[in-house]
Design a protein around this ligand. Structure first.
Ligand code: NDP
Length: 446
């Protein structure tokens, strides 16, 4: 790491003790910025990098709620409003027991560069709670969402901060959150949340956007080397929102997804994952991936030990959670002949895993580029809300496809210009950084 950047990094460690995921995300971005700061010393002079690493605002609050048996629970919730140089803070809310400030800060930091890469007017933020939605009834989920919004509403707004979904937060939760926002403020302010239902201000393609966008990105990477997804074997970790729609688009483009997973294990299905059955199990019954394998019968098997990366594939799409693909998983993928890895999730590959990929010549797309289709379509939802319009599926998907191609090209151009041709990770960091840094310089020291 460049010596100036190393000093900044040491300062990040000192000011944010115990936040390992945030440190990891900062180190990953800094590892690409050496040539940029050498070429443009004014970024260092204006302390752009140290300002970027300090969130503009961090909100932490208590969320009390009552379960179906009348027992009172207390959770902790966060909203980190990281950077608004390019537009209102934009980023999802995550409900998962592992959530703490360091996870939200890593996600918010990543979001700044991701949102910049889309070319759209959105700043970076993220939020969530250590609430565990697994096994909770609809009523419990609703009361939790209402309690969370009773505090959060005062910090958000269509021109201020626009949350969306993430792990554990889908259309149902966004509905309860929006309902409480509307009730408290007495405003039908559609643009305050994205990921809404189609009949009350949502955008077509938002549900599919992150998974579809990731696969569009892979398609572009393959196209750049004269190949396509047609006939490729693909593995997809996770079986939530991102994974399901990544699988759908892979199948549409002629590839076959032969395995997917959840936190309890993975299902191998050599004939190709049956998407209708998977949606039934995961979206309707909110069940486990082992149930998918049981219901599919002889064609599929469930594996509780080991990792999905042991299954040989041409393309691997980690779409579950941070640091799920380690050095060991990366070595297994390389051994199985993998040529492309694209992150549908945020930071699913450890730094050791990405080193294995670059050493083996595996094409690697970082989440901030590959999974940006979700937030980009959220920005399209905001556009539709602002103009009180509702676009067709075809038109919205075409916009998503163009945005993903734009991100792909921006990564390659920046990688070329700053001395690391073909390196998508490097290019994504550099292109995202330059856009947000230039806006920060223009806005002065604020
Ligand atoms: P969901 O809650 O819909 O799905 C998450 C999936 O990941 C579930 O199948 C879950 O299994 C699995 N999972 C969670 N933890 C682990 C683990 N430790 N090991 C294996 N599997 C695990 O979330 P999303 O699909 O929305 O999000 C997935 C990832 O994509 C996250 O990193 C998120 O930040 C990122 N992302 C999401 C966007 C979106 O639009 N939704 C946009 C951009 C990025 P289980 O049910 O067992 O917990």
């Amino acid at each position: 790491m460049d010596i100036h950047l190393q000093e900044q990094y040491d300062e990040v460690l000192r000011r944010n003790p115990g936040e390992a995921e945030f440190h990891q995300a900062v180190a990953e971005v800094f590892s690409s910025l050496g040539t940029v700061v050498a070429k443009h010393p004014h970024y260092a002079d204006a302390a752009v990098i140290s300002r970027l690493c300090e969130p503009e605002r961090q909100i932490i609050f208590r969320v009390p709620w009552t379960d179906d048996n009348g027992r009172i629970h207390i959770n902790r919730a966060f909203r980190v409003e990281f950077n608004s140089a390019l537009g209102p803070y934009k980023g999802g809310l995550r409900f998962h027991p592992s959530v703490y400030l360091g996870i939200i800060k890593f996600l918010g930091f990543e979001q700044i560069f991701k949102n910049a890469l889309t070319g759209l007017p959105i700043g970076g933020g993220k939020g969530g709670s250590d609430f565990d939605p697994k096994g909770r009834s609809d009523g419990e989920i609703m009361r939790f969402c209402q309690s969370l919004m009773t505090e959060l509403y005062r910090h958000i707004g269509e021109y201020t901060d626009v949350p969306a979904g993430d792990i554990g937060v889908g259309g149902r939760e966004i509905g309860y959150l929006f309902g409480q926002y509307k009730r408290i403020t007495n405003r039908y302010e559609s643009g305050v949340l994205t990921g809404k239902g189609l009949s009350w201000g949502g955008s077509r393609v938002r549900t599919e956007a992150t998974g579809y966008g990731t696969v569009y990105f892979v398609d572009e990477m393959l196209r750049a080397r004269g190949e396509s997804l047609d006939g490729k074997r693909v593995t997809v970790s996770g079986s939530g929102n991102v994974a399901i729609y990544a699988i759908e688009k892979v199948h549409e483009l002629g590839g076959t997804v032969v395995a997917c997973s959840d936190s309890a294990g993975y299902a191998v299905d050599e004939k190709g994952i049956d998407l209708n059955l998977l949606k039934q199990v995961k979206e309707v019954r909110r069940g486990r991936i082992s149930e998918y394998a049981d219901l599919r019968g002889g064609d599929a098997s469930f594996v509780a030990d080991g990792t999905i990366w042991d299954v040989p594939a041409d393309v691997a799409l980690p779409c579950a959670t941070q640091n799920e693909l380690t050095e060991e998983g990366a070595l297994a993928l390389v051994k199985g002949g993998c040529q492309v890895v694209a992150e549908g999730a945020n930071m699913p590959c450890t730094p050791e895993a990405t080193k294995v990929f670059s050493g083996a010549g595996v094409l690697f797309a970082p989440g901030k580029a590959a999974n940006a289709g979700g937030v980009a379509t959220s920005a399209l939802e905001m556009q539709q809300n602002a103009s009180r319009d509702s676009w067709s599926f075809e038109y919205t998907e075409e916009r998503l496809g163009n945005i993903m191609r734009g991100i792909h090209d921006r990564c390659l151009e920046a990688a070329d210009e700053y001395g690391s041709p073909g390196d998508y990770q490097f290019g994504a960091n550099v292109a995202g950084f330059i856009r947000v840094a230039d806006a920060m310089l223009a806005l002065g020291v604020i």
